[in-house]
Design a protein around this ligand. Structure first.
Ligand SMILES: [Zn+2]
Length: 199
């Protein structure tokens, strides 16, 4: 069982749980598929309490600046309209979820769901004061989304049992969690106790 997190004023943000970021995808996050089951439990929790749910996605044009052929750091991934850009099949995205597409233009990348989108305005419009964040990847888009949420004045909770990291360098995941915590994020979820005792 995932812990009870959802409170009035909360929104759940599911970050980039797309096929290309899962094992078998072009930019697979190791064990990225392990976020799906806990996220489904959190999605159910938010739905049952009639709290808003946002799902972000990379939604790139074919010549996106983050791709290696254009001089970027990553292999091509999440090209808009392709199967790789679809949400993971097992992810139970509720019918009323708000989909946030990011880095949709060729010349700018966006790790954060807030960057170049109206996410902050949508959250404020719904009276959201705290965001609860899970998804992929801990050390990139989850980190950036959480830090932007805090900078925009929202509270933020990181679901440690529903995130996985790229870890290009060993330690990137724990560093990302430490960065988010240092800026005021709460680390929650089933693995939180062991994470905080080792930090
Ligand atoms: Zn991308």
């Amino acid at each position: 069982m995932s812990p009870e997190i959802a409170q009035p004023g909360d929104a759940l943000i599911v970050v980039d749980v797309q096929n290309d970021f899962l094992p078998g995808g072009t930019l697979a996050v190791p064990r990225g598929d392990e976020v799906i089951a806990p996220l489904n439990a959190y999605l159910r929790q938010f739905e049952q309490r009639h709290l808003p749910v946002f799902v972000t996605r990379d939604w790139h044009p074919p010549q996106h600046c983050s791709f290696r052929e254009q001089g970027g750091p990553w292999p091509p991934h999440c090209i808009a309209g392709t199967p790789g850009a679809e949400f993971a099949r097992g992810l139970r995205v509720p019918a009323g979820a708000h989909v946030v597409s990011k880095a949709t233009g060729a010349r700018a990348d966006a790790y954060s769901g807030f960057q170049g989108t109206d996410l902050a305005a949508q959250l404020r419009g719904l009276g959201v004061t705290r965001v609860v964040v899970g998804g992929l990847a801990t050390d990139y888009c989850v980190r950036a989304t959480v830090l932007d949420a805090l900078a925009a004045g929202f509270g933020a909770v990181v679901l440690s049992d529903a995130v996985r990291a790229v870890e290009l360098r060993p330690g990137d995941a724990s560093q990302a969690l430490a960065d988010m915590k240092a800026q005021g994020a709460q680390i929650a979820g089933r693995a939180a106790a062991s994470l905080s005792s080792s930090a």
